[in-house]
Design a protein around this ligand. Sequence first.
Ligand SMILES: [Zn+2]
Length: 103
Amino acid sequence: MEVLYAKCNKSCGYKFYVQYFKKERLNHTIEKNYFSCPNCGREYVCYYTDDNIRKLQGELRKLYLEMKNVNSFQFDKLKKIESTLKQSICNSMAEIKNMVESS
Ligand SMILES: [Zn+2]
């Protein structure tokens, strides 16, 4: 992933770079992806995934590999699949976030 420039805006105001997200299993399927402030330890959740989302993310990675080796007609087709996939990943992530944070 790309390096992220973050600010601890909920706590100490410390500015820092995030190179990777930490992962934590919440239960048998749901995984929390987050980073924490190196200064005060405050946690920032980026997103949650479950088996289904990780499967979709896997399909997306495969799609990106495929895109490198296709002509422009096929590329357009793959682009459409990509946006559908991204949309369902996005929807599912929002659903899980709601579920986790309201329980
Ligand atoms: Zn902090």
